[in-house]
Design a protein around this ligand. Sequence first.
Ligand SMILES: [Zn+2]
Length: 470
Amino acid sequence: MENCLVRVNYLVIVILLTVLSSCSPGELNKLLLVSFDGFRWDYLQRVTTPNFDALIKDGVQVKHVENVYITKTYPNHYTMVTGLYAESHGIVANEMYDPSLNQAFSMNKMDVYDSRWWDEAEPLWVTNQRAGHRSGAVMWPGSDVEIRGTYPTHYLLYNSSVSFEVRVQKLIDWFKSKEAINFGVLYWEEPDESGHSLGPESPLMNAVITDIDEKLGFLVEQLKSAGLFDTMNIIITSDHGMTAMSTEKIIELDNYVNGDLYTIIDKSPVVAILPKEGKFDEVYSALVNKNPNMTVYNREDIPDHYNYKQNARIMPIIIEAKEGWTIVQNKNGTFMLGNHGYDNRLPSMHPLFVAHGPAFRQGYKKDGMRSVDLYPLMCSILGIQPSPNNGSLSNVQDLLKQTHPTQPIPHIPQVRESSYAWVLGVLLGIALVIGFLIGFVKQVTDRQLSVVPHTNLEIVQPLLQADLHL
Ligand SMILES: [Zn+2]
C-alpha cells in the first residue's frame, strides 16, 4: 500500500505540473529602449560604426527623429516614454519654476525626486506594470522617482559614475531573472558631455562616437551570451543632437534690460524669463525685436508648431536664440563649444533611431519620424494599451513586420483574458487534484488507517502551496 501511495502521489505531481504548464501564458514581447544622450543623427556618418551597421543591416533605421521643443534632455526623455509634448507631460525644461507649487526644479538638484513634477503624465514603465508586467530602468531621467505612486519594478538610483558595463549587466539580470522584466530602459550620458565641451564638429568627437559604437557592441554581445538577443527588440535612440557655438555669437541681456526686473529660470538657448511682479510689459518691450539673433515671445504668442504654451511652468517670456547663438545676462557666465535646446525643426537638433528585433522589419530605412510616435510604437510591441498621447502608431507602423499586430488596443483584453484563463485553469487543476487526493486518501484510510504514511501527504501539500504562488 505504501508503494501504491508513492506512485499515486508521483502521478498527482505529474498531473499538477502538466496542468500548470499547459495553462502558462505565452512569453511576452521583450523591449529594450536605449538612449545615448546627445547622439546627433549624422554622427553615424562621421566614423565607421560596425556595431550600429550590423543592427541596421538586419533591422530598421530612421535617418533622423524630430524631437520636441525645447530640445533639452529632460523634456525629451520624458516625451520618449509618454508620447506627449513637453507642455502636456509637464517636464518643460531642465530648469523650471512652478507658480502653483511656488517651487523651482533643477535636474542637478534633489528637486527631481519630488513626484509632483512628474505626475502630470504616466511613463511607459508604470503603464507596463499596470498591465501586469515588470519593468527595469537604469538611470533614465525620472525612473528613480515615484511617479503616480509607482517606481519601476527594478531601477537604479541615478549615479553618473556607474559604468556602462554595470548598467548593461543589471538590465540583463532583470531580463533573465525568474520574475523577468519585459521592458527595460537604459541611459548613457555620452556623447552629450563631450559634444558640449568639444563642440560637435571637433575631430576629437570621432573617438567619442567610436566609443559609443563599441559600447553598443558590448551590449549586443552580452545579450547574445545571455541568450536574449534573438528575442529582444532593441531601440537605440537619443534625446537631441548638438550644434557648434561661437564666442562671436553671444547676446548679453544686460545690454537691453535691467537685470533686477526679472529672474532667469532656464538658460540659453531658450531662456525662460520670469518678470518681477508688475514688470512684464517693461521687460518684454525692452527685449522684443531688439536683436535679430534672438526671438522674444510672450508665452501666449509662441507658435503652435512648438506645442509649447499650455503649461504654467512655461514662463511668461521665452527668448529663443538663433542656431549657434548663446544668450547670457552678461559675459560672466561659462561658455560651451556645443549646445542644444534650439528649434526642434533644425536638423542639428535631431537624434538617431536604430531598431532591431523580432518585431521589426529587416534592412528597412525611413527618412524621418517624430519622437512622440515612439511611445505608441513601443506600446504596440509590448502589447499594452497606450495612455492618451500626441503620437500616432500609423506614422511608424511601417517599421514593424507586417505579421506584427496592427492595433494595440485589443491587446489589453487579450492579456487580461489570458491571465484570467491561466489563473482559472490553475485553480481548476488544483481543485481536481485535491479532490482526487482527498477521495483517494479517504478510501485508503477507511480501509487501513494504521498504515497511512502521513509524510507522503506532506510532500504534496507544500507543492500545492508553492504552485499557488507562481
Ligand atoms: Zn541630453
